[in-house]
Design a protein around this ligand. Structure first.
Ligand SMILES: [Zn+2]
Length: 272
């Protein structure tokens, strides 16, 4: 009932409620930071150091059963000063150390923009930066990943993290991402992924949010990706390289920035 009421509110009221919730959350983060001084953990977005970072995600039986990486409960994940998550910090390191995104004038299409990455990208000299989401409160523009309203071969880079596990027709979304990428363009396409499942788990009889939570570990997920995630991307045209954090970070950095050592980057290229 509460959700039904929320859905009919005008966008301006939704935005006010959204901003009020963020302000409240930031006050809680600052209280946590005050209680956890120290320099065990570091943030590469805001430079904050802390004795602990905030725990992020939720504990679910299915996430533990299938050893879902970058999903579920993660200790020392969120910076209590700026709110960056472990995976945001990993992506920033990767971009800075392994790509030309910060030094070249490129066009970037960013789906479901993480607030920390979006704020950082807005300081960089892109030729064009488009950030989009289905939810008008979550990005500057509304766009459906299965119907991208951009021309073929138009984007140098796409960043789309933790989106595909929400999309029923993920093959169509992958084809759309591939279509709008320029030849030789690249994308970072992260998803929560099982370390034990060989094949992706989908079950289209599971439709209610409560059943999705039981089966997929989150009320709005429609699958659990297995190790065939790479072949699913390849099937839609991407050349996929899996890049280990150890390829661009020291063990000390992985620990100090609260990163997951097993969280590989899915670096996907469109061949010319
Ligand atoms: Zn921070």
């Amino acid at each position: 009932m509460k959700d039904q009421l929320k859905s009919i509110l005008p966008l301006s009221v939704k935005r006010w409620l959204f901003n009020r919730a963020i302000t409240k959350q930031q006050e809680e983060w600052k209280a946590f930071a005050a209680l956890n001084p120290g320099d065990t953990y570091h943030c590469n977005f805001c430079g904050h150091t802390s004795g602990a970072f905030l725990t992020d995600g939720e504990k679910h039986e299915v996430l533990e059963k299938y050893q879902i990486l970058s999903g579920g409960l993660r200790k020392n994940s969120r910076c209590p000063n700026c709110g960056s998550k472990d995976r945001d910090r990993l992506i920033r390191f990767f971009i800075e150390r392994k790509t030309n995104l910060t030094t070249s004038s490129l066009s970037l299409l960013h789906f479901a923009p993480e607030p920390s990455l979006k704020s950082w990208f807005k300081t960089l000299p892109f030729k064009q930066y488009i950030n989009v989401d289905l939810n008008p409160l979550a990005a500057d523009e509304v766009m459906d990943i299965t119907k991208i309203t951009l021309p073929d071969d138009s984007q140098d880079v796409i960043i789309c993290n933790h989106v595909l596990e929400h999309i029923p027709d993920d093959a169509l979304a992958m084809r759309e991402l591939h279509r709008v990428l320029k030849p030789n363009g690249w994308a970072i396409l992260q998803v929560p992924i099982s370390l034990t499942l060989k094949d992706t788990y989908e079950n289209w009889d599971i439709t209610s949010p409560s059943d999705k939570e039981i089966h997929f570990g989150q009320c709005d997920h429609v699958r659990i990706y297995g190790q065939d995630y790479i072949s699913r991307l390849q099937k839609e045209g991407f050349q996929v390289e899996q890049i280990d954090p150890a390829a661009f970070l020291s063990q000390e950095e992985i620990e100090a920035y609260g990163l997951l050592p097993e969280e590989v980057i899915y670096y996907c290229k469109k061949l010319s």
